[in-house]
Design a protein around this ligand. Structure first.
Ligand code: SF4
Length: 209
């Protein structure tokens, strides 16, 4: 898919979205596709953490009228890291729904967690509030567990860390850890798609890891 100036988001949402699909879900997926297409113009599948046939399934599910926008599939997807594999499991097991969309969304979320900014930014969303809504709707168990409003990527990696005996964290208790300020607090930053629309480079803040 070419990330051209016409605006992938507008083309996706204006090209025959699937009847009855939730508008918020359409917005989330159109946003992440727009950003992933900019980052990986040669392979949307890579940016979304999906196999090419799964990208097709995603379009058939949400944007059937825009299926022609998918380019040639890349030859091979890169192998998954252990973290990404663990994140896929976390999202899938916490998913409020089953089915194709839930499975694909879990994979997309896990791949976007590999990017360097806050999770809401790396999903191409407009604000952290949108991510809060997404988590409450699709991953209510995780939303409940993150009652202390930890930064989302930190929260998810903390889950992985706890399953490996806290081998990554500096302390078993966040309250006793020197990195506390880095893991909690507001997830502020720019809307990446808005930056790109204004010909500003995407940030690479490292704020999300
Ligand atoms: S505050 Fe420390 S212990 Fe808690 S998640 Fe962050 S690094 Fe791990």
């Amino acid at each position: 898919m070419r990330a051209d100036g016409e605006g992938i988001y507008t083309r996706l949402t204006g090209h025959g979205t699937a009847h009855g699909t939730d508008l918020f879900d359409l917005h989330v997926i159109a946003s992440v596709i727009s950003l992933a297409a900019h980052e990986e113009p040669g392979s949307l599948a890579e940016g979304l953490g999906l196999e090419p046939f799964e990208v097709r399934a995603l379009f058939l599910e949400l944007f059937p009228g825009a299926i022609g926008m998918i380019g040639e599939p890349a030859a091979k997807s890169r192998p998954l890291s252990n973290d990404e594999r663990a994140l896929r499991d976390i999202f899938w097991h916490a998913s409020a729904q089953g089915g194709t969309f839930a499975r694909l969304l879990a994979r997309i979320m896990a791949r976007r967690c590999q990017r360097p900014n806050h999770l809401w930014q790396d999903l191409g969303l407009g604000s952290r509030r949108e991510l809060t809504l997404l988590m409450a709707r699709h991953y209510p168990q995780l939303a409940l567990r993150n009652a202390n409003d930890m930064k989302w990527k930190k929260f998810l990696y903390r889950m992985i860390c706890s399953s490996t005996g806290f081998s990554l964290c500096l302390a078993p208790l966040c309250s006793e850890c020197d990195d506390f300020d880095d893991c909690f607090g507001p997830e502020e930053g720019d809307n990446i798609l808005a930056r790109l629309r204004n010909d500003r480079p995407a940030p690479h803040s490292g704020a999300g890891r």
